[in-house]
Write a protein that binds this ligand. Structure first.
Ligand code: ATP
Ligand code: MG
Ligand code: MG
Ligand code: MG
Length: 474
């Protein structure tokens, strides 16, 4: 089943359960300063959960464009390393605004995944987790859906726990949240990784496909939880992961849309198509994030969302360079993307030329300094050094337009240590020099992209503060 049919089937299923099918909202959250990007299907419905927004429906279903490349939900560093994470992905979701709660949510999910009329997934390949103290959800799974006890795992909210699992979902630092129950698909022993809640759960064997959140609270700035006006439901299932399961493959990058983009990346970098070349997968992932960001009105810049976009484009370009492609190539994948996803997202076709232009410009700009930057990097490592010093990292950043996370990406790939403390020290000194000179615009030697604003570290919102925070995983 193609991704397009799977998306449609999901929406049809929930329409048959009286849900209003609602279009995806933009990657840029409307009127919400608490998050940079739409990270989940619930974002456009935040105010419905909080009780501020009353709609003509109390049940909705969407296929939502999501981006997880900054802030609390950030999967940029996972791309190229796992089979299941993207920066841009589509989240299938069903929502109840004070309408149904746990029983119906679980019943719908199970019927859609395993029902004769629907996806017919083998039940013995599915596992579920519930919030540690949620006996109600446990009983619905066990007694009503008939899931055996050895396929249900109780998981807490991960405070101080050794594992990555977390069955308490939050949108960001503040906002609607609540305990959740998640459904996992077992790809079998040929794939590394343990079941949810085990020490090696982060492998790709047990792939999380669907999260059902029982929205019950609003978290405020102090961390205090306030009950929502009405218990609600918010679910999210990655379309790419569901496609992986239904198309009988083991990695999202082997599914129809992404495999098409991996092939396009291979063509444009003149390497043979392979699922074993991480850079091809990174490029395939990044073209979606970049094209959709431009389609939704973001342009590469040195601050905020624009800087996230700039960083993703430059990472993709660097991966192309690594494969031997020294010319501009990345923007050429927009045409492939428009073919693969243009029916579902006409904005890709309508905006194709504009998206290509924006990406090409950014590529051209970075192409001017990438080569010399790489030469500087190699030189600093001469003699088999295993640490990239902070001064070089800073020069790469300030003079050659290497965002620090791009340099970190190179170091990780080559198993080099990056002297982050040294980098931050250099950055701070530069800021102080700038301040002493009484100017907020750095020019000489720093204008890698021609913009006078290439280096700012003066405010909390500056790109460097943002990137350091992102790098530290906060
Ligand atoms: P994981 O533990 O695999 O990182 P998550 O717990 O962070 O996933 P949720 O926040 O629960 O994910 O999001 C709901 C669903 O969205 C997930 O079950 C998964 O199917 C999908 N999803 C989440 N993050 C990604 C991603 N980076 N790329 C593709 N799909 C994703
Ligand atoms: Mg995650
Ligand atoms: Mg998870
Ligand atoms: Mg989850």
């Amino acid at each position: 089943m193609k991704s397009t049919e799977i998306r449609q089937k999901f929406l049809d299923f929930f329409a048959s359960k009286n849900h209003q099918v609602v279009s995806s909202s933009s990657l840029i959250p409307g009127n919400d300063p608490t998050i940079m990007f739409t990270v989940a299907g619930m974002v456009q419905f935040k105010d419905c959960f909080l009780g501020f927004d009353k709609r003509s429906y109390t049940r909705a279903a969407t296929s939502q464009k999501c981006l997880r490349a900054g802030g609390k939900h950030n999967d940029l560093e996972n791309v190229g390393y796992t089979a299941r994470h993207h920066t841009f992905f589509e989240m299938l979701g069903n929502f109840s605004f004070g309408d149904y709660f746990k029983r119906d949510a679980i019943t719908f999910a199970w019927e859609f995944l395993t029902g004769d009329q629907w996806l017919q997934l083998p039940k013995d390949k599915l596992m579920v987790t519930v919030y540690a103290s949620d006996d109600e959800a446990y009983d619905i799974w066990h007694k009503e859906m008939g899931v055996p006890a050895d396929k249900i795992v109780r998981i807490g909210d991960n405070k101080g726990a050794p594992y990555a699992s977390d069955n308490f979902w939050t949108m960001g630092d503040t906002g609607p949240c609540g305990p959740c129950t998640e459904i996992f698909f077992d790809h079998g022993p040929s794939v590394a990784g343990g079941p949810p809640g085990s020490p090696d759960e982060d492998g790709d064997r047990y792939m999380e496909i669907w999260n059902n959140v029982f929205m019950q609270f609003n978290r405020d700035e102090t961390g205090t939880l306030h009950p929502l006006p009405k218990p609600s439901v918010d679910t999210g299932m990655g379309l790419e992961r569901l496609s992986t399961v239904l198309q009988g493959v083991k990695s999202n990058y082997e599914t129809d849309i992404l495999a098409g983009l991996v092939k396009a990346a291979a063509r444009e970098t003149s390497v043979a198509y392979s699922q074993d070349v991480p850079s091809l997968k990174v490029i395939a992932d990044h073209i979606r994030a970049c094209a959709f960001l431009v389609a939704d009105g973001v342009l590469p810049s040195n601050e905020g969302r624009g800087y996230v976009l700039r960083r993703i484009v430059r990472r993709a370009v660097r991966h192309g360079y690594k494969l031997g492609q020294k010319g501009v190539f990345f923007h050429k994948l927009v045409a492939d993307l428009a073919v693969l996803m243009g029916d579902a997202y006409p904005q890709l076709r309508e905006g194709q030329a504009r998206i290509e232009d924006a990406l090409r410009l950014e590529e051209e700009q970075f192409a001017r300094t990438l080569d010399i930057g790489m030469a500087l990097l190699e030189k600093s490592l001469e003699g088999g050094k295993k640490v990239l010093d902070g001064k070089t990292a800073f020069t790469l950043h300030s003079t050659y337009g290497f965002p620090i996370d791009l340099t970190a990406d190179i170091c990780r790939e080559r198993e080099l240590e990056l002297d982050m403390a040294g980098y931050e020290r250099e950055l701070k000194e530069e800021q102080e020099r700038g301040r002493a000179a009484g100017t907020f615009k750095m020019t000489a030697g720093l204008a890698y992209d021609g913009a006078a604003s290439c280096f700012h570290g003066y405010s909390e919102s500056s790109r460097d503060a943002t990137v350091i925070a992102l790098y530290k995983g906060s």
